[in-house]
Design a binder for this molecule. Structure first.
Ligand code: PLP
Length: 392
């Protein structure tokens, strides 16, 4: 027996373990000193009452013979697929229920989709970005090229006609930079992909944070995307489902490569390898789209966005270069005084007692930058910001 040698090509991920180790060392050397965390990429507010109520009801249904449910459809229950299709319709995007596949979160499907793509495909991944794209492609033995993000392009790399890609990743709003592509920029990517007969893997896990109506929240708001893109979305940051687990993947019927309908192939893959998301969780996700549920999740998002605004305003005042924090829970800043990401991490931890995430952990182009997040509570955010201003 031989193991999959591609896994040996993975670099160890030291980012969050090193962050945790450094905090632990600091705390044991400075007992009783409070540390303010703005590094967290997880939500902190609980599930909203409408979701809890729907899940309680579903639990009761599961306990009665007449309403008990066993295996559900692998693609997800119709009630949730229809609710998501209506959500798209509200954005004036026509997506039919059979193009929507319910998942246990975006991360799983972002990895799983590679099952149906050829390992010899050339993949273009932005840098800096959510690290799972790189690692899942290394596991598949795929050659990776990077689309470089930098200050000059506001960390929104654009297509290069001289470069031939087969698979293109786009994350908008971006983790970690918080940058969001506008309509014209996404249209350029869609046109490029269609010309190149490439596939766009569009991750919009943070779409609910986009408040600016002039910005797209779905790739399918762009003309031509139905022949070149798959969209991955999640209830994790939209509705606090990071621990509850639910997301969805949209595969248009028009998406055809090598004469094969990608929707059918993905459906075949899912029916073979996946047995669906728990009924109780899907009922909770459905409640996110109810009038009351939507109002409640919007309140939570507004809370995080106010945290983001507080951080953004403070950095602005201090004249620290940054982006994000307006249509995104992430703020991406340039480390002051030419410090590297880890130097600034150490500086903030030891002087201000504030924790963020070194940009270098999201790719080589992240070196010299730093990510702060809005997912903390208000008091922590306010105090952390005060301290950053004092010590930066
Ligand atoms: N995509 C991006 C860009 C993320 O930042 C994350 C989580 O942090 C995910 C996907 C994973 O989402 P999920 O919790 O739905 O698996």
């Amino acid at each position: 027996m031989k193991i999959n040698g591609n896994f040996l090509n993975l670099k160890d991920s030291y980012l969050f373990s090193t962050v945790a180790k450094k905090i632990k060392e600091f705390q044991s050397a400075n007992p009783g000193v409070k540390v303010y965390r703005l590094g967290i990429g997880d939500v902190t507010l609980p599930l909203v009452p409408a979701v809890i109520e729907a899940m309680h009801k579903a639990v009761d249904e599961m306990g009665r013979k007449e309403t008990f449910r066993g295996y559900g459809p692998e693609q997800g229950h119709d009630f949730l697929r229809d609710a998501i299709a209506n959500y798209y319709a509200d954005k004036k995007v026509k997506i039919s229920s059979d193009e929507i596949f319910i998942s246990d979160g975006a991360k799983s499907d972002l990895g799983n989709i590679l099952d149906i793509l050829d390992p010899s495909d050339k993949v273009l991944i932005p840098d800096p970005v959510y690290p799972a794209y790189v690692d899942t492609n290394i596991m598949a033995g795929r050659k990776i090229d990077t689309a470089l993000g930098n200050q000059a392009n506001s960390f929104k790399p654009m297509p290069d006609e001289n470069y031939k890609a087969d698979i293109i990743y786009i994350c908008s709003p971006n983790n970690p930079t918080g940058s969001v592509y506008n309509y014209e920029e996404l249209k350029a990517w869609v046109d490029y992909a269609n010309r190149q007969k490439a596939l766009i893997i569009f991750d919009c896990a943070y779409e609910a944070f986009v408040g600016d109506e002039s910005l797209p929240t779905s790739i399918f708001q762009i003309e031509g995307a139905r022949t070149c893109a798959i969209e991955f979305c999640s209830f994790s940051k939209t509705a606090g489902f990071t621990g509850t687990r639910c997301g969805y993947t949209v595969v248009p019927q028009e998406l055809v490569f090598d004469g094969v309908k990608v929707n059918s192939l993905w459906n075949r893959r899912q029916c073979t390898k996946f047995n669906g998301v728990p009924y109780i969780v899907q009922r909770g996700a459905e409640a996110v789209f109810s009038k009351e549920g939507n109002r409640q999740i919007r309140e939570n998002i507004a809370y995080y966005k106010e945290n983001a605004r507080i951080i953004h305003e403070a950095l602005e005042k201090k004249g620290i270069w940054h982006i994000g924090g307006v249509n995104s829970p992430y703020i991406w800043l340039k480390c002051p005084d030419g410090m590297t990401s880890w130097e600034y991490f150490d500086h903030l931890l030891t002087k201000a007692h504030v924790v963020g995430t070194p940009g270098a952990g999201f790719g080589e182009m992240g070196e010299g930058y730093f990510r702060l997040t809005a997912f903390g509570d208000r008091e922590t955010t306010q105090e952390a910001v005060k301290r950053i201003l004092e010590f930066s």
